[in-house]
Design a protein around this ligand. Structure first.
Ligand SMILES: C[S@@+](CC[C@H](N)C(=O)[O-])C[C@H]1O[C@@H](n2cnc3c(N)ncnc32)[C@H](O)[C@@H]1O
Length: 286
């Protein structure tokens, strides 16, 4: 069943077969997870009935919801290609999510076999599935950590190793900062991570916005996400700009997700970029 079809009662009764037992607690099993809902929007199989129910509710409020996620994944692919072209070989992808088609290491290593990736996620299902996917790949690893505690990320041996040689790194924060709901904390987290990057590194951010969304729909979606394990703080362009303080945005600047270096006239949502519900920007640390 794709995210565009409605869940049936039998679908809702049992976990999907693709979901690894990540040792989830009863609480984690009884509250929808934003990571597993995202997997569902993208047509993945690592989700539970409770996630599908919440995701279907979001889709009924805003039918384009899965398109938002697909446009974000397409941005992620374009940006990794761009970064490899700029000579970046090291990637720190925080809030990396449950693996799906076109994960950062797959795109980067296809273009440059020497590319190294450290993934970070707070969600045990995302971590378990990423670890399974990365078995046998010596140049990509996943760690379980909380973006809101950047020191625990920076102190992790895998991250110290990635940053240690002072080669430029791409810090990727794709559709994750809106889960850091306190504005000051979100800005401080980005600043701390940015400060740890060698010069010549890049900061990549995509972030949910509701600038063109009808306010009643926006309110319903925020309310829905409040009932998940990861409530959201959707921000305006003005509120997203401070994440890029101290680094220099590369062309085309902070734009709606589909407008960040599109490849073809037929790219997803290029004709109505505001529907993508997200801004994206890539910045260089001097
Ligand atoms: C919407 S998904 C985005 C996945 C991927 N970055 C992408 O753009 O396709 C957000 C991910 O961020 C993770 N996440 C949310 N809050 C987090 C936190 N405080 N620390 C680390 N990961 C977090 C979720 O578990 C989820 O996997």
């Amino acid at each position: 069943m794709s995210a565009n079809n409605h869940a049936t009662d039998s679908d809702l009764a049992e976990p999907r077969s693709g979901l690894t037992d990540a040792g989830l607690t009863n609480e984690q099993l009884s509250i929808p997870s934003a990571a597993r809902m995202y997997d569902y929007y993208l047509g993945g199989h690592h989700n539970l009935a409770i996630d599908r129910q919440a995701a279907e509710e979001a889709i009924s409020i805003y039918p384009e919801f899965p398109l938002i996620m697909q446009a974000n994944r397409a941005f992620l692919r374009r940006v990794v290609v761009y970064l490899v072209e700029q000579g970046i070989e090291r990637f720190l992808d925080i809030g990396s999510g449950i693996p799906t088609v076109g994960n950062v290491h797959q795109i980067a290593q296809q273009l440059n076999a020497a590319a190294r990736v450290v993934y970070v996620d707070i969600d045990p299902v995302a971590v378990a599935h990423s670890a399974a996917l990365l078995q046998g790949n010596n140049q990509a690893v996943i760690i379980e950590a909380d973006l809101r505690q950047p020191e625990t990320i920076l102190d992790h041996p895998a991250v110290r190793d990635l940053l240690g040689v002072r080669q430029p790194v791409a810090l990727i924060l794709a559709f994750v900062l809106h889960f850091v709901i306190h504005d000051e904390q979100a800005v401080a987290v980005v600043r701390r991570l940015r400060d740890a990057l060698p010069s010549g590194s890049y900061v990549v951010i995509s972030h949910g916005t509701a600038e063109r969304m009808p306010p009643d729909i926006f309110k319903q979606l925020v309310r829905l996400y409040r009932s998940t394990s990861q409530p959201v703080r959707i921000r305006s362009r003005h509120e997203i700009e401070p994440f890029f303080d101290g680094v220099e945005l590369v062309e085309p600047g902070l734009v709606y997700v589909p407008l960040w270096r599109p490849e073809e006239a037929g790219d997803l949502l290029l004709d109505r970029p505001e529907v993508s519900g997200g801004f994206a920007g890539v910045a260089l640390k001097a």
